[in-house]
Ligand binder design. Sequence first.
Ligand code: NAG
Ligand code: NAG
Ligand code: NAG
Ligand code: NAG
Ligand code: NAG
Ligand code: NAG
Ligand code: NAG
Ligand code: NAG
Ligand code: NAG
Ligand code: NAG
Ligand code: NAG
Ligand code: NAG
Ligand code: CU
Length: 560
Amino acid sequence: MGLKGLMILVFFACVGVTLVESRVRHYKFDIVTKNYTRLCHSKPIVTVNGRFPGPTLYAREGDNVLVRVVNHVKYNVSIHWHGIRQLRTGWADGPAFVTQCPIQPGQSYLYNFTITGQRGTLFYHAHILWLRATAHGAIVILPKLGVPYPFPKPHKEAVVILAEWWKSDVEAVINEALKSGLAPNVSDSHTINGHPGPLSNCPGKGGFNLKVECGKTYMLRIINAALNEELFFKVAGHNLTVVEVDATYVKPFQTNTIVVAPGQTTNVLVKANKNIGKYLVAASPFMDAPIAVDNNTATATINYNNTLEESNSISTTFTSIPPKNATPVANTFLDSLRALNSENYPARVPLKIDHHLLFTVGLGVNPCPSCKQGNGSRVVASINNVTFVMPKIALLQAHYFNISGVYTDDFPKNPPHVYNFTGSGPKNLQTNNGTKVYRLTYNATVQLVLQDTGIISPENHPIHLHGFNFFAVGRGLGNYNPNKDPKKFNLVDPVERNTIGVPSGGWIAIRFRADNPGVWFMHCHLEVHTTWGLKMAFLVDNGKGPNESILPPPKDLPKC
Ligand SMILES: *[C@@H]1O[C@H](CO)[C@@H](O)[C@H](O)[C@H]1NC(C)=O
Ligand SMILES: *[C@@H]1O[C@H](CO)[C@@H](O)[C@H](O)[C@H]1NC(C)=O
Ligand SMILES: *[C@@H]1O[C@H](CO)[C@@H](O)[C@H](O)[C@H]1NC(C)=O
Ligand SMILES: *[C@@H]1O[C@H](CO)[C@@H](O)[C@H](O)[C@H]1NC(C)=O
Ligand SMILES: *[C@@H]1O[C@H](CO)[C@@H](O)[C@H](O)[C@H]1NC(C)=O
Ligand SMILES: *[C@@H]1O[C@H](CO)[C@@H](O)[C@H](O)[C@H]1NC(C)=O
Ligand SMILES: *[C@@H]1O[C@H](CO)[C@@H](O)[C@H](O)[C@H]1NC(C)=O
Ligand SMILES: *[C@@H]1O[C@H](CO)[C@@H](O)[C@H](O)[C@H]1NC(C)=O
Ligand SMILES: *[C@@H]1O[C@H](CO)[C@@H](O)[C@H](O)[C@H]1NC(C)=O
Ligand SMILES: *[C@@H]1O[C@H](CO)[C@@H](O)[C@H](O)[C@H]1NC(C)=O
Ligand SMILES: *[C@@H]1O[C@H](CO)[C@@H](O)[C@H](O)[C@H]1NC(C)=O
Ligand SMILES: *[C@@H]1O[C@H](CO)[C@@H](O)[C@H](O)[C@H]1NC(C)=O
Ligand SMILES: [Cu+2]
């Protein structure tokens, strides 16, 4: 009897622990227009809860997250939880017309998802039009209670969000470009946590300032929420120890410069081991193709022991920024990234591949009689020569409710023509239009080689896959060679991420397992290229097992 009673007690104790460990986190996001005055040019912007960047969403691995999003602006809105895997909950993923119809003005939608097997830094952002320029914020997923980081616990943590700022309304910027057929204006400033920083000539400068104590270690959760630009990030006089990217742990390494593409996140440790003073933090553009970028450097400061108060008497240590075309600096950083691949965090790289795919990514030119400035042509973008046309009904709804005529499942496995992809390109720069998906059975394995093209110009494309993390097993310049290149693949500890740059004039090979049923968007995270059509979707069928089907849609799922 005594023993039996004890066993029951132990059983209840365990259940108790489980219940405490995962919680329901409630958030309310009001999408509101706010007259933002922190920069030189005061103007109304679309924000989450009136803040730029928006509030940080905190959760723990295992938590159920419920976010009620209420649309108070004149635009249609949807929010994407970038990098959250959304296992079986595609309804909560967010890209407009892919997994949901938009939340219309005056309407609301409850995003309901559970964070499974992930911890680290991600972010949320609007996933419609160009609203994500200002409607975004950090997601911080702490490890489960009692589970430590696989590196020494930092004294404090700070979220560092990099973004872009236009003097004009962003919707006016992209609409002007679509009308002309040409590229949109580059931004007027980069920002760090909403500020261009102390080196800008805006009144009320100052900017983000991190106070540190000598001898302590700090973790920066760096997010690139910019629309169109990859960024270098540095801290004057301090090395950065990289410990995580896209909410996956990496083998720690030191560097003085990191590069973060739009859609990527990077956690670094900074040890405050320098002389007391102020140190500049800098974010500047990386562009290794002849394409215009905003060349303004955003800055912030790290201050030792409250030197801010005596800021006039303490000098600031500056840092040199890499030239914008510093490909070797970017490569040194990217080549250093390796999955942690420890016992607790193994890299489960698919070794047997069911689908070998080769997708060309790049630009094109289509006729546009009304595009006067483009002389009757407009720049477009495509994957395997398909310029994706957004449907009027969300793809996931069409799939789930068997609505025909919304998409076809014949997205090409290979480019329709083989040519010197990274050369000057074919004579005919036109593309096909289509709303096509690539279909996968549940649990199928995919190797996808993303090949940049030289059409108009080679360019680095940060490709983001929804619904999955993938392993980046290989990367190279020129045209991918299916006979030689796979021999050099890293199948042991390749970095695992959700967004990766296809090198300018080169290729990248990624692998993933289709263990999440639903419709999953894949697109360039340079918003201008997404707008131009560099996007497609994978459709993953339900599996046969009990937990291998899409859950039914929530009752309040927006209608088109
Ligand atoms: C926003 O601020 C600017 C400059 O202060 C002002 O001219 C404008 O009227 C304000 N707009 C709104 C909607 O408050
Ligand atoms: C969230 O989704 C889960 C799984 O479908 C469901 O059990 C739960 O009731 C939902 N929560 C709310 C508040 O709708
Ligand atoms: C884009 O830049 C051009 C040239 O500076 C300017 O005339 C135009 O007004 C800008 N467009 C927008 C929408 O800001
Ligand atoms: C900073 O990192 C670089 C690159 O790993 C290394 O060569 C250098 O010694 C480090 N500097 C310090 C002060 O640790
Ligand atoms: C930045 O770009 C502008 C316009 O493209 C140019 O006039 C300026 O000289 C550039 N500045 C630097 C520092 O490269
Ligand atoms: C359009 O044609 C004019 C005149 O030939 C030329 O100067 C201009 O560069 C062309 N613009 C584009 C985008 O091709
Ligand atoms: C869609 O079609 C499939 C297969 O024919 C069927 O199993 C499913 O119940 C249908 N779904 C709806 C919502 O009608
Ligand atoms: C492809 O084009 C590039 C750039 O012009 C050139 O360097 C390369 O030799 C070409 N490759 C082949 C196989 O022709
Ligand atoms: C792309 O498709 C267009 C339209 O069908 C065709 O004219 C063009 O040759 C194709 N280009 C390539 C590179 O496949
Ligand atoms: C694709 O659509 C554009 C209009 O957006 C049109 O000009 C072009 O001819 C279409 N391409 C094909 C191959 O139908
Ligand atoms: C998925 O595939 C892996 C590897 O082949 C296998 O171990 C696993 O059991 C499969 N899962 C399901 C649900 O089929
Ligand atoms: C919002 O989306 C709905 C559904 O697609 C569409 O009918 C409506 O015109 C859109 N409204 C605005 C303001 O863009
Ligand atoms: Cu791109």
